[in-house]
Structure formats: C-alpha cells, structure tokens
Design a protein around this ligand. Structure first.
Ligand SMILES: C[S@@+](CC[C@H](N)C(=O)[O-])C[C@H]1O[C@@H](n2cnc3c(N)ncnc32)[C@H](O)[C@@H]1O
Length: 183
C-alpha cells in the first residue's frame, strides 16, 4: 500500500480534526510565542491542517502540503470553517519528490514526519531569521523503530541553525531553530 493510500484510509476512519484541536502541536506549545505572526509559513506533511490553520489565524500566509488527499480536503475545510481560507493554500504533494517550490519561509513546520533527504532543503528554504519547528518520533525513551530518529539526530542534522529550544525523551525528539543571517 502506498503512503497516500495508508494515510487516506486512516484519515477517512478518523474523520476531520475537531474544531478545538486547531493550535500548535503540544511539543511546541510552551514556545508558541516564538512563531511569527506575519510572513510566509510552510507546513510539510501538514495532515488535517491543525497547525497550518493556527498559523493562518495568527496572520501568516500558509502553504500546507501532504501526500493524503483526504487530509488536504479536511485541512481546506478547516480553513474555511475558521474563515482563514484566503490565507491558506493546501496542496497534495509527495515529499519523496522533494520540497514543493515556493518562496523563502519565515517558518517551516514539520511535525511527526521525518525524511532526512529533505534536511538541507529545509535549511535553505528558510528566510534569514526564519524558524524551523521539527518534531519526530525518537528512539530515546522508546524502542528503536523504522520511523524513529536516533539520539541527537535532529540537533546534528540542523546544526547550521541557532537553537531556540530542543528536547528529546519519551519517544519524541523536537527542535526549534532559526536560520542565521550568515548561513
Ligand atoms: C503523523 S502524521 C502528522 C500530520 C501533521 N503534521 C500533524 O501534526 O497533525 C504524518 C503525515 O505525513 C504525511 N505523509 C506521509 N508520507 C508522506 C509523503 N511521502 N509526502 C507527504 N506527506 C506524507 C501523512 O499523510 C500524514 O499526514
């Protein structure tokens, strides 16, 4: 089964994200103030748009991409429901083919999706001073697994960024980092 089929089935079974779930992922919630409120946001593997719609509500123009057409339809519906559709563009895209084209981003969100082939492109897509907020399943505090990052993997992969905050444990690793002007 392809990624798209797997995730379409899952989102059809789950149904749309409840209205009250729009907001930052829990792992970034304590640092929500660090997310910009203007400019351009890219949310990769955006799922049903819970973070993308939150960023649009804060004032950003948002491009959300995901391989699941069901997730993208739910994300677009959530944006209409919250009256921010005019600031949102949701697109079905397979990140196996790389990042979609677009302008430099003031924030890139990558929550619970990991493809190390995208690491360099994520850094170069950030505008100077732009923020990457990335979280992945981790082997730290959990059994090793195919989709889990190794201890220290995110901090090594994004060593070019100035770390705003980072953490690892209980099966999750996360990092928020800014692209320095000189990078
Ligand atoms: C665990 S979910 C996280 C969704 C969202 N970021 C969130 O926090 O709610 C992983 C997401 O990755 C998407 N995905 C998986 N493989 C992908 C691919 N090759 N290209 C784009 N999206 C993909 C899935 O459709 C799913 O929405």
């Amino acid at each position: 089964m392809s990624d798209a089929e797997h995730w379409d089935r899952r989102y059809l079974a789950e149904g749309p994200t409840p209205r009250q779930k729009v907001g930052p992922p829990e792992v970034f919630a304590a640092h929500a103030h660090a997310f910009p409120t203007t400019g351009f946001a890219l949310d990769i593997a955006c799922g049903q748009g819970r973070t993308a719609v939150w960023l649009a509500e804060r004032g950003m123009a948002v491009h959300g991409v995901d391989v699941s057409a069901v997730a993208i339809a739910h994300a677009a519906a959530a944006a209409r429901d919250r009256r921010v559709a005019g600031r949102c563009r949701f697109e079905v895209a397979d990140l196996d083919g790389g990042l979609p084209a677009g302008p430099p981003a003031d924030v890139i969100v990558c929550h619970l999706f990991r493809d190390e082939r995208l690491d360099a492109a994520l850094v170069t897509r950030l505008a100077p001073g732009g923020l990457l907020a990335i979280a992945a399943l981790s082997e730290v505090g959990a059994a090793p697994g195919r989709f889990r990052v190794r201890a220290g993997e995110l901090t090594t992969a994004f060593a070019a960024l100035d770390v705003v905050a980072a953490g690892e444990g209980s099966g999750t690793a996360w990092l928020m980092g800014r692209r320095p002007a000189s990078c």
